[in-house]
Design a protein around this ligand. Structure first.
Ligand code: PEP
Ligand code: MG
Length: 312
C-alpha cells in the first residue's frame, strides 16, 4: 500500500518506501552555492565552471581557478558535489577558448571538443578542481560536457583519474551518447543527463529559439525513451545516472525520471524543497508505473496530463 508522507522537505531525498534519491543543486557561483545550501540541497549535481569565466579575457591560472572553485564548494563540506569541466562554446563562449567563427556553434567545437583541442587547458583545470576539493573537504566527482562517443568518454575519464579524481563521469546530452550509454558506462564511474541539450539535439530544436519551444519539451516521448535507455543501462552497470537539466526541477516529471531509473536529480535552488517533498509522496514501484504511462503517451501534453492525474 502507498504510504503518503507529509509534503515537506526534510533535507533527505527519499521515496515513500525509503529508497534514497539525491536532491542536488545546479550552481555557477558562490552566491548560487550559498542559496543551494540554504535551500537544503544534499549536494551539488552540476557546478557550471564556465560561469566563473564568461567575462575573462585570458585563461585563469591554476591558483586563480582553485580559489574560485573553493569559494563555490565551501558550503558543501563533507557533501557530494559534481564539478563539470568548462562547457565553452555555443551559448556560452569563453574569450580565451573561442574557436574560429562557426556556421552552427551548437554543432561546433564546444564542451569536451574544446578540451580535446586544448588538453593542457583541461589538465590545468583538473589540477585546480582537485586542489579546491581537498581544501574544502567535499566528496568530489568531475564530469565532462557534450560527450558524443565512447572514445571521448574514455579519453576524459583517463585524464580525470590521472589528475587524482576518484569519480569521473560524463554528461549524456547528445543523442549519440544516449544510444551507446551502456558502452559509455563501461569506461566512466557515473553519467548525468543534460536534458536541456539532449532535448535540443534530439528534437533538432534550438534551445534559445522561442518559436520551437514546444518541440523542446522534456516531456517529449522521444526524450523520455532515451532517458529510459540510459536509466536501464546505468542500473545494469550498477553505476549511477542523474539528471541535471531543467527537467529535474519539475516536481511531476521528477517522479517519471525516478521511475525510469534515475538516482539523483539536480536543479536550481528554488526547486529543491518542492521536488524533494513531491518525491516523498510515492514509492519506486508506483513511479515505475507512472514512467510506463508517460512512455506510451503520444504527446508531451498527454504525458503530463496522465502523470498529473496519477500522482496527485
Ligand atoms: C543541459 O544541457 O541540460 C545541462 C544541464 O547543461 P547546460 O544547460 O549548462 O548546457
Ligand atoms: Mg548542456
Amino acid at each position: 500500500a502507498e504510504v503518503t508522507a507529509a509534503a515537506v522537505w526534510n533535507g533527505v531525498g527519499a521515496l515513500s518506501d525509503g529508497m534514497r534519491i539525491k536532491v542536488l543543486a545546479n550552481v555557477g557561483s558562490a552566491k548560487d552555492a550559498q542559496a543551494a545550501a540554504d535551500a537544503g540541497a544534499e549536494g551539488v549535481g552540476l557546478f557550471r565552471t564556465e560561469f566563473c569565466y564568461l567575462a575573462a579575457t585570458d585563461e585563469p591560472s591554476v591558483d586563480e581557478q582553485r580559489k574560485a572553485y573553493a569559494a563555490v564548494l565551501a558550503p558543501f563540506h563533507g557533501k557530494p558535489i559534481i564539478v563539470r569541466t568548462l562547457d565553452a562554446g555555443a551559448d556560452k563562449p569563453l574569450a580565451f577558448l573561442s574557436p574560429d567563427p562557426e556556421p552552427n556553434p551548437a554543432l561546433g567545437v564546444r564542451g569536451i571538443r574544446v578540451g580535446r583541442q586544448r588538453p593542457e587547458v583541461l589538465e590545468r583545470q583538473l589540477e585546480a578542481i582537485v586542489a579546491a576539493a581537498e581544501e574544502t573537504g567535499v566528496q568530489l566527482s568531475v564530469m565532462a560536457p557534450m560527450v558524443a562517443t565512447v572514445e571521448e568518454a574514455a579519453w576524459f575519464a583517463d585524464r580525470a583519474h590521472e589528475a587524482g579524481v576518484t569519480r569521473a563521469g560524463v554528461m549524456i546530452e547528445v543523442p549519440a551518447a544516449a544510444l551507446v550509454a551502456d558502452e559509455i558506462l563501461n569506461v566512466v564511474d557515473f553519467v548525468s543527463i543534460g536534458t536541456n541539450d539532449l532535448a535540443q539535439y534530439t528534437l533538432a530544436a534550438d534551445r534559445q529559439l522561442g518559436a520551437v519551444a514546444a518541440l523542446n519539451d522534456p516531456w517529449q516521448p522521444a526524450l523520455l525513451r532515451l532517458i529510459a535507455m540510459i536509466g536501464k543501462a546505468a542500473n545494469e552497470a550498477g553505476k549511477p545516472a542523474g539528471v541535471c537539466g531543467e527537467a529535474a526541477s519539475d516536481p511531476v516529471l521528477a517522479g517519471v525520471l525516478v521511475g525510469l531509473g534515475i538516482s539523483s536529480l539536480s536543479m536550481n535552488a528554488a526547486a529543491v524543497r518542492q521536488v524533494g517533498a513531491a518525491l516523498a509522496q510515492h514509492s519506486e514501484d508506483f513511479y515505475r508505473q507512472v514512467a510506463r504511462a508517460a512512455l506510451v503517451s503520444h504527446t508531451p501534453t498527454d504525458a503530463k496530463a496522465t502523470v498529473r492525474a496519477m500522482v496527485s
